[in-house]
Design a protein around this ligand. Sequence first.
Ligand code: PMP
Length: 566
Amino acid sequence: MREFRQQFPFFDTSTPSIYFDNAATTQKPQCVIDAIEHANIQQSANVHRSSYQLAASVTDAYEAARNNVAALINAPSARNIFWSKGATESLNLIAHGLGELCLAEHAMWQGDEIIILTSEHHANILPWQQLASKLSHFKSLRITPVSPDFNGNYDYAVLRAAITNNTAIVAVAHVSNALGCVHPVAAITQWAHQHNALCIVDGTQAIAHIPVDVQALHCDAYVGSSHKMFGPTGVGFGYATHALLDALPPYQVGGEMIEYVSFDEVRFQSYPLKFEAGTPNISGVLGMGMAANFVLQHQAMIIQSEHVLMQYLLGQLTVLNDELAVTTEIGLASTNNIIIIIGAQNPERISLCSFVLNGISHYDVLRLLDKDNIALRVGHHCAMPLMQHLGIDGTIRVSLCAYNTDTEIDGFIAALRSAIKRLVSSDDVIANSRAFDTSSVAFSASTPIGDQFAALQGYDVVFRQIMLSSKACPLLSEQYHTADYHVAGCEVDVWLGQFAGQFYGFANSKIIKGLLAILLEKANTLTPSQRTRFDFTEYLAQLGVSHHLSQSRVDGLSRVIARLSA
Ligand code: PMP
């Protein structure tokens, strides 16, 4: 395993010290980096256009990469693989093409319903929604989501029962990026086919973690992104059966996808080239081909290591949970399960664990973990409908890869423990927060909030003051936590309202609430015309709190500021 990790130069650098965001993108091994560099230096010629030696050899390499991806997913031939920008584009291409087949009343399209899972990535929701709206003048198409229970666990009998003769398409992820569960795609395909429906599979999160055999799955299409499987960004693939590829029309038109063009007639190439208009991402494809080889070569080890890592992580989370539950000194009731894993009962899972912390904003945890150089993702993970179904605004997602280590998990658990204690203790008297030197911090109800930052120095002290300030936020009552008062674009839900000239706000995150308290206090002392001229961003900078904002949170708060200044 150490040898495996050593192939990734990323780990030679120290920032971030722990990378647990592999579901967002994986690191690249040296062989992939070399392949991309080699492509850019020695293989810079266009493909499928010229027959001089260099161009021909690049075309050969480009097609060899197609073979590699076909081999990785056991496609019957490389012709079944088309290149794209990534899974998103592949899904858009397929949905668009299927829409055309529907309009043409092609025999492959039967029914008026598209079944998806509630936990699908937006990339496997939006193309179908758009399709339904595009076809609305022609056909009334229903998008039917099948949901897990309220803890994120699926009962596939519900999915099976939902598929009927009205079903045209079943579009599911092989592995959920938000829950980590592996859906039984072979069975789902069988259920779909029993009703003459097509089964389209989003394999983005599967390919680097479990063996994929599209022939055994019998699915009609399967898509993936290179950057989730050790390859470069901006490139991906789609697989489809010969019958589907033959039937699907081109997605874009232009160079290289034609056989003949005149002003009277156009004949397209056959697949896969008919889906590859324009000059492709050649170095990306070559890098992806290398990545596909890399996965195949290390697959057994990857699966074994990730299983062991995941068991270790789950074990350590349980230990931490038990420890926190009895730690009454940090103010938790002993019956509380503070760490709640979402979808823990799903029968098969990859090394991805999504959890929420009872009563603690995932966003506040992220800020503290980020300070410890731990990279992981919190939020809705591009699966907003799932979060709505679960009644939460996001999860903390740890997505492990075979190059991660037990030591990193230990480091993460230690940082999580410390973050939880710190966030919980900020509700209590300052003395509870022993681990941090916050002796200079206190909150005074009679002093303006902004003034209380004046003499503060250092991350911990300022952090603590922000947390204390959160209690002074003029709270927007719950009845106004509606779309009308929602501030779009923040990384956590923020609501803002103005009544009788005074602003009120709300956010679950204490950090955001603290920052709102600072901003609203100021805004509420200014006249409308003073507010439009006041530089709230500069004000936050002057108070020394700006570095407690991530870039995107600055963007988010800038929406709040825009409303205050309006
Ligand atoms: N599907 C799933 C399950 C994903 O996890 C992702 C990326 N998070 C996508 C689709 C979209 O992939 P890309 O952004 O590479 O197109």
